[in-house]
Design a protein around this ligand. Structure first.
Ligand SMILES: Cc1cc2nc3c(=O)[nH]c(=O)nc-3n(C[C@H](O)[C@H](O)[C@H](O)COP(=O)(O)OP(=O)(O)OC[C@H]3O[C@@H](n4cnc5c(N)ncnc54)[C@H](O)[C@@H]3O)c2cc1C
Length: 515
């Protein structure tokens, strides 16, 4: 007999013996068990629990009260793509990857255009920037095969709920990610593994007839009967142009605005990366259980009178990364490897930015607002050192002399400065108000020596493209993923890409149907 049950066990206690006790089975009667879902419940620090959803196989009936029902897995269906031309996908980040993979399996032989390098060459270029400050504006932490999340923590959790999410996680596993992402409540892949997964997905798409054009930038398009896609490396005709650009491709988004695509400004968030010692976060989250558990994470929010302040993209055991794609700017973000074994943790500490904070009449004003802050951050040192301050001095309107008990992981070093010189006053004011409140939620969060590094400006897109019910912005043209304003993060962008491809296959707009 097979059952799905929920099972809670205190961290450190024997998994199997306690399971036998709960189910009132002997070890002979419990034939097998499989973990379907795993999470840690640390609300009570004196009794931290593992929460499991288990599938068990037994020789005997169990107490029906223990049994849980779960939805049947959703099966993705593939139909043949029937158009005169192959679909063109611009950008091979999560959104482009999943659109391309699905369309390739529908025999569409997609053409993929990517301004950056293949992931292995991109890795060399990113290293060159991290070690020697030599930035390639087309191949960097945000541009190139794999997109912006390639050098990340590879966190995969999302607030969205969709039957397709399981498919996305399964595809990551099929292409090389660890199986634990299928069961963990907070799945993450890690940069070291993600780079291999991306290359494996590209290989499958190529085997199915897809073609990749790296170091090729999409610069314009013309609508006639078909869509003429213009790149700096030649032209392509297509019936479906999918733009999975991310939100750092300001040049391309500007061109799309000029072509008349409908774009509206939207709220986003900016702030700093904050670094703590991971051991302190573990202790605050897990108390005496800290040594028995993997590196802890957190997600904090406080709603001030005028706006919210929250943490985002927390990287346990991670590193702070310079993530700019343009010379003479500074942008921070975070990454970690699969084992998350670094000494520090980091997260984005962000303040809500409302449209009224920046809008002057042009829908792209949010990009100008962001770029101005990124340039100011660069101009403090003019050599890629990032402006920073320590929490104690920040709260007291002083500037720290140097790092103290926490040493930054930021590779280009820091310049201690008054963060007022970089960030708008409403951001500084909100951060000052929020830090003590966030410390009430996570002890040590506003620790005097914690490092605040500016500036974190690319957590979400400042614009939203108008799309119809079939995700199209113009007949045959689709703007998807984070750059469209409808997604944020690896999984939600992948989901947007997958949904777009499924919609294309099932709806097939009237233009250029093959006879
Ligand atoms: C350092 C870092 C860490 C992150 N960590 C996480 C995390 O742990 N978890 C998480 O969920 N999210 C994370 N994110 C955010 C996540 O990476 C993005 O939300 C996600 O990658 C967006 O996917 P996308 O496919 O929409 O766009 P992107 O991943 O940005 O991909 C867009 C692609 O389009 C290409 N492109 C752009 N313009 C053109 C053009 N004109 N011609 C040709 N190609 C073009 C770019 O080179 C790029 O490869 C992180 C981001 C960064 C930078």
């Amino acid at each position: 007999m097979k059952y799905i049950i929920e099972y809670k066990v205190e961290v450190g206690l024997d998994f199997k013996n306690n399971l036998l006790k709960l189910t009132k089975l002997s070890s002979r009667e419990l034939l097998n068990y499989k973990i379907l879902r795993e999470s840690i419940d640390a609300r009570d620090k004196t009794k931290v629990l593992y929460n499991y959803l288990l599938e068990i196989e037994t020789t005997k009936k169990i107490n029906p009260k223990l049994i849980r029902n779960i939805a049947k897995p959703y099966e993705i269906k593939y139909k043949q793509y029937r158009q005169k031309h192959r679909p063109v996908i611009v950008g091979f980040g999560p959104a482009g990857i999943f659109a391309a993979l699905y369309l390739a399996r529908c025999q569409a032989k997609p053409i993929i255009i990517e301004r950056g390098d293949k992931v292995n060459i991109r890795q060399v270029k990113v290293r060159d920037f991290l070690e020697n400050k030599i930035l390639d504006e087309n191949s960097n932490v945000v541009f190139g095969e794999g997109g912006a999340g390639t050098f990340s923590d590879g966190k995969l959790q999302t607030n969205l709920s969709s039957p397709y999410i399981k498919f996305i996680l399964e595809e990551f596993v099929k292409h090389g990610a660890n199986e634990d992402i299928l069961t963990s409540n907070y799945p993450h892949i890690g940069t070291d593994i993600l780079t291999k997964v991306i290359a494996n997905i590209r290989q499958e798409i190529e085997e199915l007839g897809g073609s990749f054009y790296f170091n090729t930038t999409f610069i314009d398009y013309n609508k006639c009967d078909d869509i003429e896609v213009i790149t700096d490396n030649g032209k392509f005709l297509t019936s479906h142009l999918i733009l999975a650009l991310g939100h750092s491709a300001y040049d391309t988004i500007k061109m799309l605005a000029k072509k008349g695509l409908k774009i509206e400004p939207k709220p986003f968030a900016i702030g700093v990366r904050i670094e703590h010692k991971q051991s302190m976060i573990n202790k605050s989250q897990y108390g005496n259980y800290a040594n028995l558990l993997p590196p802890a994470n957190y997600k904090l929010v406080c709603h001030l009178k005028e706006r919210s302040v929250f943490t985002f993209c927390m990287c346990p055991g991670g590193y702070v990364l310079p993530s700019q794609n343009e010379h003479n700017t500074i942008v921070t973000n975070g990454m970690s490897n699969n084992k998350r074994e670094g000494e520090n943790s980091n997260s984005a500490l962000l303040v809500e930015v409302k449209v009224s904070d920046y809008y002057k009449g042009n829908p792209l004003d949010g990009f100008t607002f962001i770029k101005d802050i990124e340039s100011k951050a660069f101009n403090i040192a003019k050599d890629y050192r990032a402006p920073a301050n320590l929490v104690k001095e920040f709260l007291n309107d002083e500037v720290a002399l140097e790092e103290r008990t926490i040493k930054t992981t930021y590779p280009h070093k820091l310049i201690m400065t008054d963060l007022n010189k970089v960030l708008p006053s409403f951001v500084i004011k909100s951060l000052k108000e929020a830090l003590p409140l966030l410390n009430n939620k996570l002890e040590g969060f506003s620790f005097a020596d914690a490092i605040m590094i500016a500036c974190e400006t690319r957590s979400s897109c400042p614009v939203k493209f108008k799309r119809d019910n079939f995700m199209s912005s113009e007949n045959g043209l689709y703007v998807i993923g984070e750059g469209s304003g409808y997604a944020g993060g690896i999984t939600s962008s992948a989901l947007d890409g997958l949904k777009c491809a499924i919609s294309i296959i099932n709806v097939e707009p009237a233009i250029n149907k093959s006879s």
